[in-house]
Ligand binder design. Structure first.
Ligand code: 5AD
Ligand code: SF4
Length: 431
């Protein structure tokens, strides 16, 4: 049997794309290995969302040159967003790369390793209709694509260029795959899309949620990432009424300044965003809301930055991912005036993160002494004697050792202590 080593960078979409590539390669007789030295095929599934992610990949890629010298039969593939953006250019930088496979062509990784052709970066309108097999890494929670690509062209973002136009999977294909996952024992599914709530298959997104909610065996449904402009009453009602849809939404705000939001081409104002948050909190009182923030967008003034800081105070997110603005090739923002020095971006990012740490901690503290439903996922990485899982609101809970707790169980857990990034609790009764 041939051996493949996959190294994945970047978002959940990429992690799941790697699971699909592994599924495709399994059919060609490949099995995954954990060490690149043992592999016949090395795949880098790359990310180009920020420059840092790109640098990380190139420093890893350099090391494979030596592996290839030791083993001339070794094949090297570069997949993902950098592959799409640079295409054949990657081979100019690194001639030892055999295959370049863009995100729309992950299904062709089998053709790549069988054939002689090396560059797979064409637009692929069929991706949403091709039911690619997946070899999933975990056994309790599964990711599943429902739509691909992005039409939004936020001015800072490479995704529309690397993943192409929005294409939704037919509902029936999704439902069949979810039924299969339920039969395999998966308890939680996360619907994936760059702009998941703009799903426009043969049914609406709320209707899709409702049909998945009816599938026996699946206990929890999540979805990422939602765009505020596509968040309507239908989705809010679905979150309120469907028992399996979890009380969490990741809803990137990016900035609290209307001027910056306009430059980002986000298509909403801060007050529109706030009214969506209000609608969500009225319908689903315990909902956890998380977000993404970009610090130091071109021309961002100290006042724009202050608007972001006060937005964080006003909304009180459960958690955020915040990033320094990073100019990306092909994007409009990269050519905008007023690019800020790294020190300014760093300073603003630090302030944002420090403030949010306090907010996150306070929101977690409010859960002390409450009882939460936790889906047990496995042993805790940092404290192997404990099991770990997540609340419906997606907060990590480490569970004090107790006889029969095993992955896949849904338990009532009393929260004893709140840390900044996790909760600690004990079992009060099985579900
Ligand atoms: N610079 C910094 N952050 C970015 N993001 C996307 N593009 C950039 C960029 N050029 C962030 C956004 C997005 C998240 C996935 O990554 O906040 O929501
Ligand atoms: Fe990028 Fe905006 Fe599309 Fe998200 S919605 S992938 S930030 S262009």
């Amino acid at each position: 049997m041939k051996k493949v080593y996959i190294r994945t960078f970047g978002c959940q979409m990429n992690v799941h794309d790697s699971e699909r590539m592994l599924g495709v390669l399994r059919r060609e007789g490949y099995a995954p290995v954990d060490a690149p030295e043992e592999a016949d095929l090395i795949i880098f599934n790359t990310c180009s969302i920020r420059e840092k992610a790109e640098q990380k990949f190139y420093s890893q890629l350099g090391r494979t040159r030596r592996l290839k010298r030791d083993n001339p039969a070794l094949k090297v593939a570069v997949a993902g967003c950098i592959a799409q953006q640079q295409g054949a250019g990657i081979r100019e930088k690194a001639p030892y790369v055999d295959y370049v496979i863009g995100p729309q062509n992950i299904g062709r990784v089998g053709d790549a390793v069988l054939g002689t052709e090396g560059i797979f970066t064409d637009d692929n309108p069929e991706l949403a209709r091709s039911d690619l097999p997946a070899e999933r890494d975990r056994s309790v929670k599964a990711w599943i694509n429902i739509m691909y690509g992005c039409n939004n062209f936020c001015s800072y973002c490479v995704v529309p260029y690397t993943r192409g136009r929005e294409r939704s999977r037919p509902a029936e294909n999704i439902l069949n795959e979810v039924k299969g996952l339920a039969a395999d024992g998966f308890k939680e599914i996360t619907l994936l899309g760059q702009n998941v709530n703009s799903y426009s298959g043969d049914v609406s997104f709320p209707e899709l949620l409702s049909r998945i909610n009816d599938i026996e065996g699946i206990e929890r449904i999540r979805f990422v990432t939602s765009h505020p402009k596509d968040l309507g009453e239908g989705l809010v009602r679905a979150m309120r009424d469907l028992d399996k849809v979890c009380e969490h939404i990741h809803l990137p705000l990016q900035s609290g300044s209307d001027r910056v939001l306009r430059l980002m081409n986000r298509k909403y104002t801060f007050s529109e965003y706030v009214s969506k948050v209000k609608m969500l909190r009225e319908a689903v009182p315990d909902i956890a809301i998380t977000t993404d923030i970009i610090a130091g967008f071109p021309s961002e003034t100290p006042d724009d930055h202050k608007a972001t800081v006060s937005a964080l105070q006003e909304i009180g997110f459960d958690g955020i991912f915040a990033f320094k603005y990073s100019p990306r090739p092909m994007t409009r923002a990269a050519d905008m005036e007023g690019q800020l020095p790294d020190e300014v971006k760093s300073e603003r990012l630090t302030e944002i993160l420090a403030l949010q740490d306090r907010i996150t901690e306070a929101r977690n503290k409010a859960l002390q002494n409450t009882v939460q439903e936790v889906l047990v996922e496995g042993t805790s990485g940092s404290e192997p004697e404990k099991m770990t899982g997540r609340t419906r609101t997606n907060k990590i809970v480490n569970i004090a050792p107790s006889g029969s707790v095993s992955p896949g169980m849904i338990l009532k857990i009393r929260i004893l202590k709140a840390n900044r990034h996790s909760l600690e609790g004990e079992v009060i009764d099985g579900a």
